[in-house]
Ligand binder design. Sequence first.
Ligand SMILES: Nc1ncnc2c1ncn2[C@@H]1O[C@H](COP(=O)(O)OP(=O)(O)OP(=O)(O)O)[C@@H](O)[C@H]1O
Length: 752
Amino acid sequence: MNHAKAMGEVVRLPVQHADHPADSAPDLDAPAAAPGNGGASNPPTDPPRPMPFGDAGDHDADGDDGEALEGRVLVDRPDTFRPDVRARRMTGERAQRRPIIAPWLRDASEAKATVRWAVGYAGHVTGYHAVRVPLYSLRLAGRSPRGLYRVVAGTWRWTFDLESRPLRTHAIDRRNDESYLKLMGERNDRVRSRLFISGAGVVGAGLAAASVAAAGGVTQTAVLAALVLLLGWIGTPTDRRILDTAVVSSKAPKLTSEIVVRALAALGNAEINKAVGKGGSGITFPAPITRDGPGWRAEVDLPYGVTATDIMERRDRLASGLRRPLGCVWPEPAHHQHAGRLVLWVGDQDMNQVRPPVWPLVKAGTTADVFKAIPFGTDQRGRPVTLTLMYANMLIGAMPGAGKTFALKVPLLAAALDPTAQLRVFELKGTGDLDFAEKVAHHYGSGPDDVTIGECLASLREVYKNLERRAKTLAGLPKDVRPENKVTPQLAASRTYGLGPLVFVVDECQELFSHPEYGKEAGELATAIIKRGRALGVILLLATQRPDKDSLPTGISANVGIRFCLRVMGQLENDMILGTSMYKNGIRATTFTKQDRGIGYLAGEADEPQIARGYYLDGPTADRIADRARAARKDAGTLTGYAIGEDTTTPGAEDGSSLLDDVAAVLLPGEDKVWSEVIVTRLAELRPTVYGAWNDLDPTGKAKQLTAALKPYGITTAQLWGQDETGKGTNRRGITAAHILDALNDRGNVTP
Ligand SMILES: Nc1ncnc2c1ncn2[C@@H]1O[C@H](COP(=O)(O)OP(=O)(O)OP(=O)(O)O)[C@@H](O)[C@H]1O
C-alpha cells in the first residue's frame, strides 16, 4: 500500500533520513538516480531516501513502499506522535489564562466609572419611586376591594375543598359509587379540619382587629394602611404593575456566537461561506464571549486563509449582519495571535453617542510634562488613550468639520500646561479657533493671508537655525549627560543650555505648504525639523484638511511619528496621513461617518493603530486652561514673545532679507531720526505682504510693534522730538538711523 497517499499530505522535499548518516549527505552535483533505483545499489550518488517521520525501520522488504515513496516525504507525523503537552501549555498554544480579576476592576478609571454609574442609577430609581409613593398608594387602595374578594373567595374554596369537586363529579358521571363514596369521605374529613383552621383564623383576626381598634391612633392607621396595601397587592391583576418604569431599558442585545457567525456569513467571503456551509469546518471561538467595558467581546478563529483584516475591511457589512449601528462594531486583529484571530468588540452604544469624558488636565492645579504621556482621548471602550509628545511629531488630518482643530487643541493645551515648553502657534484658517494660545505663545498668528503665512515661515526659519545651535550645544556636552544624544528632561529644564522643549503648531498647514511663494521652503524646513528636531526637543504639530502631495510634502507624511486620521474620503488621504498600506491593512478612516466627529485612527503611539476620540475642549474650557497655563508660565518666568505683547516674529519672509535691511532701505538720505509710525508706514509700502498688518495699527500700536521687532537686534527706540502733520512740535517714539546702520555693520548683514 502507498502510505504516502494514505497519509494525504505529501510534498517533494529532499529531506535527510535518520538511516543516512550525516556523512552520506547527498551529492547535489551528482546525477539523480533513476526511478526505482535502490539506494544500496549506488550509495555515493543516491539521493536521500525519503521516509515518513519516525518510520525508520518499517519498510517492506520487497521495496514496494520504497518505490511508491520515491522522491516523496510525508510531512505529517504519524498518529503515534505525542506532543509535549507541558510545553504546549506553557507556550499558551491552546490555553490562555483568563484574568482572575475582571479587567474593568483592574483599571481604576473604569472601576470608578462603573461605581459612579451604579450609585447614579440607584439614586435615580429611588428618587423616581419616592415621588410616586402617593400614586402607588392610591393605585393599591383602588385594587384592595378586589384583593379582599380574592382572599374571601380563596379561603372559601380552600375550606370547602372546591378544587376536588371535578373529581367527585367525574365519579358520578362514570357511576363509580365506590370511588365517589371514598372521595366524599376524604372531602368531609378535609372540610372538618379546614373549617376548624378557618374558624380559628377568623377568631384570631377578630381579636387582632379588636386590639388594633383598642390601640387606636397611629397603630390603627398603620395597620389599616398595611392591610389595604396588602389587599391592593393581592388584588393587582397579573398583567398590571404597581410601580412605574424608572429606567426605560434600551439594552443592547446580548452578543452570541450564533449572531457572530450569522454576521460573518453575511460578509460574502467565500472561505467563510464554505466553513459555515454544509459539511464545513465551522467557525470556532477560542474564548467565551464576555462583557468587556460597556460592550461585548468575542474572539473568533476565522476559517483558514481568512484574516482579521478581511473582516475589518467589511466593517459596515458586519454591522449590518449584527444589526447594530456602525459606531458600535469594532473588529480588530488579535495582535499577538495568528492573522486569522479576530477580536470583535460590540459596544452597547454608538461611539459618537457616548458623552465624552472630561479631560483630566481640566482640573485646576494640574500641569503637564511633554516628556510624559498626556491624556489625548478615549478608545471605543472608554479607556484612556495617551500621547507622548517629546521625541515625536504629530500630523492630524481629516476632511473639513471632522474635528481636526479640536484634536489639535488637546496636545497644544497639554504643551501649554508645561511651562518649560515654548509654543509657536499658527492657525492659518483665520477663524481664531486657537486664539486661547495668544496668552501663552511665544509666536502666534491667525489667518490665511500672506502676512501670517510669511510670519509662520520666518518662525520656521528661526526654529531651523535654532536646531543647529541645539545640535552643537548637545554635541558639546559630556556623553554621560546626553545618554542617547537626545535632550533629556534634566537638560530641557536647565536654562543654561537653551534646550527646552519647543512646540511648533500649524493648523490648516496646507495653506503654508501650498503657498505659491513660501510653500516650497516651508516644506523643506518642516521636513528637516521633523527629521532632526525630534532628538533636539523640537516638536511639530500639524493639522490639515487637504492631505495630498501638493499640500503635504512627502518628507513630512513619511517621517512624522504620531498620526491621527479622522474621517477622510478616500484611500489616498487615508494613507497620506496614517502611512503607506494602512488602508490595505484595514485601517480605514473612510469608514467613519459624518457623526463621528472627533473620532479617528491614532497611529504611531501604541504598537498598533487604535481608534480614539479626542477629548472635547470647547472655547471657554480652552480659555480657562490657557489662563492657568499663563499663570504657571508667569511663575516660572517663561512667558515670552507674543504672550507678553512682543512680536518677535522675524519679518522678511519674501526674500530672506531682515527687518534691519528693510528699515535701512526706507531711511531717506540725510535722515537721522525717524518716528516709528513713519518707518512702519514706509515698510508697509515696501513689503505690503509682510508689514501690511503693522500698518493697520494705530500710531501707538505701530510704535510698539517696531520696538518689539527691533528688540532682538539689540536696538531700542526712544522719544524723539519732531513736527506732526499739522506742523506742531511733539514727542513721539522713533529710531536713530545710525543704530540701524551700526547693527547692520556689526552683523555683516547676517539675518538673525
Ligand atoms: N472630540 C470631539 N467630541 C465631540 N465633538 C467633537 C469633537 N471634536 C470635534 N467635535 C465637533 O466637531 C465640530 C468640528 O470640529 P473642528 O472645528 O475641530 O473641525 P475641523 O476638522 O477643524 O474643521 P475645519 O476643517 O472646517 O476647520 C466641532 O464644532 C465640534 O462640535
